[in-house]
Design a binder for this molecule. Sequence first.
Ligand code: SF4
Ligand code: SF4
Length: 111
Amino acid sequence: MRNIKFGYGISKPRAIDIDSNDLRKSNEILREMPELQTCIGCGSCTASCTAGNLTQFNFRRVHTLVRRGEYMGAYEEMNKCMLCGKCRLVCPRGINTRGLAMLIKRKLGDF
Ligand code: SF4
Ligand code: SF4
């Protein structure tokens, strides 16, 4: 069969192989804050975030990656959080997101 070049290729799959991630810290966080499992990823925490208005900080992105066991840069990102608590007021799941911010910092601080 002739190898025709169309000028584009098929994208690599964006599947996440969660089993290859180190989930220890993620499991510890979920043990201390099981309600995080009810997060629907709506992004209200990010949309209302004080730090997100001033920087590129995206709280939903950080806590989603942390839950997946992808911790690279998460601690440094969390240092942008001012712990103002606005995100907690808007979370439709009633998750204590301010507490979550503190928990992530505490757990990843010694990583
Ligand atoms: S506002 Fe609550 S439910 Fe929505 S993404 Fe943030 S933590 Fe999850
Ligand atoms: S507590 Fe942190 S993550 Fe939540 S709105 Fe304030 S700055 Fe953003």
